[in-house]
Design a protein around this ligand. Structure first.
Ligand code: MV4
Length: 448
C-alpha cells in the first residue's frame, strides 16, 4: 500500500499526479526549486519541500536532494513524471536501495531499454519487427561504413544511449558517411559520455505511431491502442491524436500484438510506450521503448476511459491489472495540442514572462492540463510547455472542429504562445485529411 507519494517533477504533470493522488486518498509531497516558489504544484500538494536553486542540475535533477526530501517527509513512493529523472536507471536503483517505491519499471529494465542498440536486439530476438541495420555496436568509421553498405543507403547513424534526436545523422551516400559519423559520435560523446553507435536504414516519410501499454507484476500486459505523434518539429511533438487514421482495425491488432510482445520481451512493468515508424505500405518497425508516462497520455485516457496515472500507482502498489485486453475499447477520437510559451514567428524562441490575464476553454469533451494562473511568472529555466489542451468527440471530424473552437477561445496575455500556429495546422488541408507524416512541419515551413 502506498500512503504518501513524493512528486519529483514540476509544472502540469506534477499537478496532474497530485490530483490523481488526492482522488485516491494518497498524501502528496511536492518538491520545488527556488524559481518555483510560486508554482502551482508546490501550492496544491499537501506538503512542499524546496530542493535547491533554479538550474535543474541543482534541483529537479539532483537525486540526493530528492531522496532526502522523500525520507524526511516520510513518503513511501516517488512518481518521477516525464523528463528530469524519469528514465534515469541510477535514480530508480537508488530508490530501490532506499526502499522507496519508484513508480515505473525496475532500474534494470530502464537501463536495458535505455540502450537502444541493446533494445533492438532484444526485440529482434522476440520477433518484433525492427529496422534493418547493424546488430553489433559500432565504434569506428570503418565499422560503420561496413554496416552502412550492408544495410543499404540512405542510413541513419544513431547513438546507443540516444533517443529524442541527439547524436543522430542521416547519410545519403557513402562519400558523406565519415563526416556524418564523426559528428554524430562527437555529439553522443558530449551528451551521454558514451560513443557507442549503431546504423539503421533511413525510413523516409514515416508516421510516428506509439502504443501505450500497461504491465503488472504478475506477467499481465495489455495495450491501450496507439497515438499518432507525427506532427512535430525538432523532435518536439506538437499535436498528438488517438486513434490514428493510418491504422485499420487489422493493423492495430498486429501492431498492438507486437507492442505487447515487446513489453514482455523486456520483462516490463508499469506504464510504457512502444514507438514505431509506420510506412505508407503498412510496414512498421520498432524504434524504441519509453519507460515513462508521456506528455501525450491524455489522448489515450480520453479514448479508453482509463486513468493512466492511477493505473501506474496501482501497479506500483502491487495490484493486478483490473482489465484484460478485450475489456479495452477504443471509443471516439481525441486530439491534444501542446501550448508553449514561445514565438513561432521568431523561430519558436521561448517567451518567458508574467501571465497578465488568461481565459482557457472548457465544456463537454475539453480538458486542460496546466500549471499556469493569472499573475504567474513563467521563468526561463525549464521547458516552454505551459498547457496541454485535449479534446474528445465521437469522430475525428468533430474532434478537429472542437479543437479549433477551443484554440479560438484561448487567451493568455503577457507572453507569446504557439496557439495561432496550432490553429493554422488544424485548418491545413493535409492535416484535416489526415495526410500527415513526420515531415509535416518541415513542409509547412518550406511552404509546400
Ligand atoms: C529514424 C527515422 C527514420 N529511419 N530511424 C527521431 C528520434 C529518435 N527517436 C529516432 N528518430 C528517427 N529515427 C530510421 N531508421 C526517423 C526519425 C525521426 C523521427 C521519428 C519520429 C518522429 C519524428 C522524427 C523526426 C525526425 C527523425
Amino acid at each position: 500500500m502506498i500512503k504518501k507519494i513524493l512528486v519529483a517533477n514540476r509544472g502540469e504533470i506534477a499537478v496532474r499526479i497530485i490530483r490523481a493522488c488526492r482522488e485516491m486518498g494518497i498524501e502528496t509531497v511536492a518538491v520545488y526549486s527556488e524559481a518555483d516558489r510560486e508554482a502551482l504544484h508546490a501550492k496544491l500538494a499537501d506538503e512542499a519541500v524546496c530542493i535547491g536553486p533554479a538550474p535543474s542540475k541543482e534541483s529537479y535533477l539532483c537525486m540526493e536532494r530528492i531522496i532526502s526530501a522523500t525520507i524526511v517527509s516520510g513518503a513511501d513512493a516517488i512518481h518521477p513524471g516525464f523528463g528530469f529523472l524519469s528514465e534515469n536507471s541510477k535514480f530508480a536503483a537508488l530508490c530501490e536501495q532506499c526502499s522507496i517505491t519508484f513508480i515505473g519499471p525496475s532500474a534494470r529494465v530502464i537501463e536495458s531499454l535505455g540502450n537502444k542498440q541493446e533494445a533492438r536486439n532484444t526485440m529482434e530476438a522476440a520477433g518484433v519487427p525492427i529496422i534493418p541495420g547493424s546488430r553489433e555496436p559500432v565504434y569506428t568509421v570503418r565499422g560503420g561504413e561496413k554496416a552502412a553498405s550492408e544495410t543499404g543507403y540512405p542510413v541513419i547513424i544513431k547513438a546507443a544511449l540516444g533517443g529524442g534526436g541527439k547524436g543522430m545523422r542521416v547519410v545519403y551516400s557513402p562519400e558523406d558517411f565519415e563526416a556524418g559519423f564523426q559528428t554524430a559520435q562527437k555529439e553522443a560523446e558530449m551528451a551521454f559520455g558514451d560513443n557507442t553507435m549503431y546504423i539503421e536504414h533511413f525510413i523516409q516519410h514515416p508516421r510516428h505511431i506509439e502504443f501505450q501499454i500497461l504491465a503488472d507484476h504478475f506477467g499481465n500486459v495489455i495495450h491501450l491502442g496507439e497515438r499518432d505523434c507525427s506532427i512535430q518539429r525538432n523532435h518536439q511533438k506538437m499535436i498528438e491524436e488517438s486513434p490514428s487514421l493510418a491504422l485499420s482495425e487489422k493493423l492495430r491488432g498486429k501492431m498492438g500484438e507486437a507492442a505487447v510482445k515487446a513489453a514482455k520481451a523486456a520483462r516490463y512493468t508499469n506504464a510504457g510506450t512502444i514507438e514505431f515508424l509506420l510506412e505508407k505500405n503498412e510496414n512498421f518497425y520498432f524504434m524504441e521503448m519509453n519507460t515513462r508516462i508521456q506528455v501525450e497520455h491524455p489522448v489515450t485516457e480520453w479514448v479508453t476511459g482509463i486513468d493512466l496515472i492511477k493505473a501506474q500507482i496501482r501497479i506500483a502498489s502491487g495490484e493486478r491489472l483490473s482489465y484484460k485486453q478485450e475489456d479495452v475499447q477504443i471509443s471516439g477520437h481525441s486530439i491534444e495540442c501542446r501550448i508553449n510559451a514561445e514565438n513561432p514567428e521568431k523561430g519558436f524562441r521561448p517567451s518567458p514572462g508574467t501571465v497578465r490575464g488568461m481565459h482557457l476553454p472548457g465544456g463537454k469533451g475539453i480538458r486542460i492540463d496546466s500549471a499556469i494562473y493569472s499573475g504567474y511568472t513563467i521563468t526561463p529555466y525549464y521547458d516552454s510547455m505551459v498547457a496541454k489542451l485535449s479534446v474528445w468527440a465521437k469522430n475525428r471530424k468533430e474532434a478537429v472542429r472542437k479543437m479549433r473552437s477551443a484554440l479560438g477561445e484561448v487567451i493568455i496575455e503577457g507572453i507569446d504562445t504557439n496557439v495561432d500556429y496550432q490553429y493554422a495546422i488544424l485548418n491545413h488541408p493535409d492535416y484535416v485529411a489526415g495526410d500527415i507524416d513526420i515531415e509535416f512541419i518541415e513542409r509547412l515551413k518550406r511552404g509546400v
